[in-house]
Design a protein around this ligand. Sequence first.
Ligand SMILES: [Zn+2]
Ligand SMILES: [Zn+2]
Length: 242
Amino acid sequence: MKTSLFSHSLSKVLDWTFPLHCSFCGDYDILSRKISICRSCYPRSIVPDVQLCEICKSPWVEEAKSCSYCGSRNIFFDRLDYGRIRGERETRILDRVKFREEFYLRFFFRMGLGKKISILKDWRISKISFVPSNSSTLRKRPYLVAEPAMKWISKALNQPILPLLEKQSGELQSGKTFTERFFHARFAFRIRKEFEKKLSGNVLLVDDVFTTGATLNECARILKENGAEKVYLFTLLKGLNR
Ligand SMILES: [Zn+2]
Ligand SMILES: [Zn+2]
């Protein structure tokens, strides 16, 4: 009786300390032990079956010799790559990390990054940065979703993570229309004082998801305005729609 009570409380402690069970089905296996998803719930990568734009990875339109994304705006980043296409399961994982604070699920987004390392090395990155979080979301989301992936990339490339940008408006991106996001992004961020006009080399911006890309594109513009030579983007997820 005593032993089972002890092992019960021990397993509760372990469950809290380590992600023992799958966040989706409650099963336990070697994978769920690490990233809170068991092998049967782990989503298979979606592979796009159309030709993609080399710069932004949107579907390529052969007749236009462009993609609808790059063809319709000024692009300030030099290239985008991503971990996975955003499927239904990936979206649910992202939401659970963000809104339910399922800490270990973040490590899902670090899986398979090894395959990207040669691309990332080719980019000759000299610093890694991120889009600053809004302080009111930060209370709900005390850690960056992309942090494990960003730290892994930083280690693999042996380049530092630097907070180059800061917010300058308290408004949130979500809940805005597509057009509003574009106008809003223009004024949302600025370079941090200590980096003003002092950037050099190539910067890699890491973020959780490429949706409209408005925020990332604007961040790239600011970084270039302050001396960055090239700005590359790496997002954990990328929508397939555009
Ligand atoms: Zn499962
Ligand atoms: Zn493009």
